[in-house]
Design a protein around this ligand. Sequence first.
Ligand SMILES: *Cc1c(COP(=O)(O)O)cnc(C)c1O
Length: 336
Amino acid sequence: MHLSRFPRLHFAHLDTPLEPMKNISKYLGGPNLWIKRDDCTGLAGGGNKTRKLEFLMGDAIAKGADTIITQGATQSNHARQTAAIAAKMEMDCYLILEDRTGSKDPAYNYNGNVMLNQLFNAKLSTCPANTDMNAAMEDLAESLRAKGKNPYIIPGGGSNAIGALGYVNAAIETVRQANQMDLKIDCIVHATGSAGTQAGLVTGLVGTNAQIPVYGIGVRAPKQKQEENVYNLALKTCDHLNISGAVKREDIVANSDYVGGGYGVPTDGMIEAINMFAAKESILLDPVYSGKGAHGLIDLISKGHFKAGENIVFLHTGGAAALHGYRSAFNFADYR
Ligand SMILES: *Cc1c(COP(=O)(O)O)cnc(C)c1O
């Protein structure tokens, strides 16, 4: 696969490390656990959206855009990474933040990613849950065009066939690293939301005939819906790469048993997973995505889904900035 055919900017710190998690592997007594550190992509706290933004911003520049518009939840990591790259590119950035959780916690509404968005001088607006976010972005784009601007709309999570190329690239990178390390990967597990990460990853792995299955842990939609979203985007990504139909429906697996009360709503298992990764590996997960993804991984190991001797890679998609919006979900003792 030849990704240089597509417009791209290079600002991510790549390759991200692929490292063993010896302490957690020993503690859980199951498979050998590895971690692909996409929390270390380098852009203002990093995370998986940085890989997608390399291709999305490349496309925006190729189209002469001077303004970026995107949307996400209040504590969106995608919004924060978009605001960061827009600042560096000296472009205006409009973020429409959807109040998906209804939380009144000031930390959730003003700290974490929200504070970082403000540091990057993004223009923030909010709207209630279940707003038609695509329509809201279109309306904003129209009003900016009327003022002579050339806005570029990035969909939520950067998840379209262009953004997914970032994870086609990650698939190629991970396989190359594993080959160099003589590591036979049996499965890659990660949190899946707007679907671009899993769609790109599966497309890259299928397109290079790596024969490595991907297991998504859903954070919002029910299993069937999540798998359909990922599959539809994978098909579009295949079209974009000229390998139409390469990904099959059975290549897409998502498990939405760890969503709990809803998107961004804390669960006990998520809190336990964040505590375990911090205490045993000094790795910071996040409450919305990677914490729930790791909860799924831990639970599936306890149920024997992944077995001793297998090599399972947890793709760390980032998001730790959101921890600062969620202090109240943790039962910390008062230290004073
Ligand atoms: C966006 C995000 C995800 C999910 O990736 P999608 O491509 O939206 O499915 C996972 N983890 C973190 C930390 C994220 O910000």
